[in-house]
Design a protein around this ligand. Structure first.
Ligand SMILES: NC(=O)c1ccc[n+]([C@@H]2O[C@H](COP(=O)([O-])OP(=O)(O)OC[C@H]3O[C@@H](n4cnc5c(N)ncnc54)[C@H](OP(=O)(O)O)[C@@H]3O)[C@@H](O)[C@H]2O)c1
Length: 289
């Protein structure tokens, strides 16, 4: 097994790499920067990329991921996410390489938890582009009879100690300072470690199809922050609960249902929804003793 990580500088890729090193899985990663431990790939110039030899699997992790970039630079984001990345997937599949494409819960805007095979209904640019990309690669795989070599994994929000707003919260808690948390923004948290484990399970077993990885339930960022303070036995007054509009933030996506139904994934991968307590335990390691 030899795996290509496409978009090797992404946050998620760092965790996949760690798992590959631990499991002694051979891998190569791509980067648009000129670094010695990766091969060069700028999604903007996809024709310049030569697929390395002897690959068995590829994981498509990178892409235009910023909600703002997708909104404000739609044409560019569309070229990268919906034309060039599917073109790369097509080449990989034609070379008989198993492809896992990382997608998002935001392709849905449902009033109940969407299942793996429900039809997406994206409500903003980033989600729309990810759904178009999903559709394109699915059609490509079907047209060249490689459906059994393609899988899609949709993730809910990955919590990480060095991404916003959690980095700020952790600093404030450590310095006993107040921090803001929105009560009109919702998520069903998981961690990059959880995502990486699901990815390894899919590629190790060559499971094709659509999979979901979700936190156990939706909650607002402020409910999450208060729960975390409770978990730490700290004063809840450290968290100031407020609406995004109170500090002039315009949210592009604040649907209250972001969790995913993962009945099929649970059976197939033997992975359960991620418990909230697991996320609190993960974050608590960054709190000063
Ligand atoms: N993070 C989450 O909570 C979450 C939730 C659901 C789904 N997802 C999906 O999971 C995947 C990984 O997410 P992430 O948060 O780890 O991503 P990320 O940290 O935002 O990384 C995106 C990567 O794409 C690369 N990239 C962007 N444009 C490029 C170009 N033109 N050429 C080459 N590389 C380019 C970036 O390169 P540079 O480093 O050079 O900028 C960056 O390393 C994404 O597909 C995302 O949609 C993430």
């Amino acid at each position: 097994m030899k795996v290509l990580i496409v978009g090797g500088d992404s946050r998620l890729s760092k965790f996949i790499e760690k798992d590959f090193v631990n499991s002694k899985t051979q891998y190569i990663k791509t980067s648009r920067k000129n670094t010695s431990n990766s091969i060069h790939l700028d999604f903007n110039f996809i024709n310049e990329f030569k697929i390395p030899k002897n690959l068995s699997h590829a994981i498509i992790v990178g892409g235009v991921t910023s909600y703002d970039d997708c909104e404000n630079n739609y044409e560019y984001a569309s070229k990268i996410n919906c034309k060039n990345i599917p073109q790369l997937v097509s080449q990989l599949l034609k070379n008989d390489i198993f492809v896992l494409y990382i997608s998002t819960n935001t392709v849905f805007k449902y009033n109940s938890l969407p299942k793996e095979n429900d039809k997406p209904s994206p409500g903003f640019s980033y989600a729309n582009l990810k759904y178009i990309s999903e559709q394109k690669i699915t059609t490509i795989a079907s047209d060249i009879s490689r459906t059994n070599k393609l899988s899609i994994l949709r993730l809910t929000k990955n919590v990480c100690n060095n991404t916003s707003p959690f980095n700020n919260w952790l600093n404030c808690i450590n310095e006993k300072k107040k921090f803001n948390a929105f009560n009109d923004l919702y998520f069903a948290p998981i961690t990059f470690e959880n995502s990486s484990k699901a990815i390894l399970s899919i590629i190790n077993n060559n499971y094709s199809g659509i999979f979901h990885l979700s936190g156990e339930k939706d909650l607002s960022y402020s409910d999450f922050a208060n729960g975390f303070l409770d978990f730490l036995n700290l004063d809840k007054n450290l968290c100031k609960n407020l609406k995004s509009t109170e500090i002039g933030v315009k949210l592009l996506y604040n649907h209250p249902i972001t969790a995913l139904d993962m009945s099929y994934t649970e059976k197939k991968l033997n992975i359960q929804k991620i418990k909230l307590s697991e996320i609190y335990t993960y974050l608590s390691q960054f709190i000063d003793k």
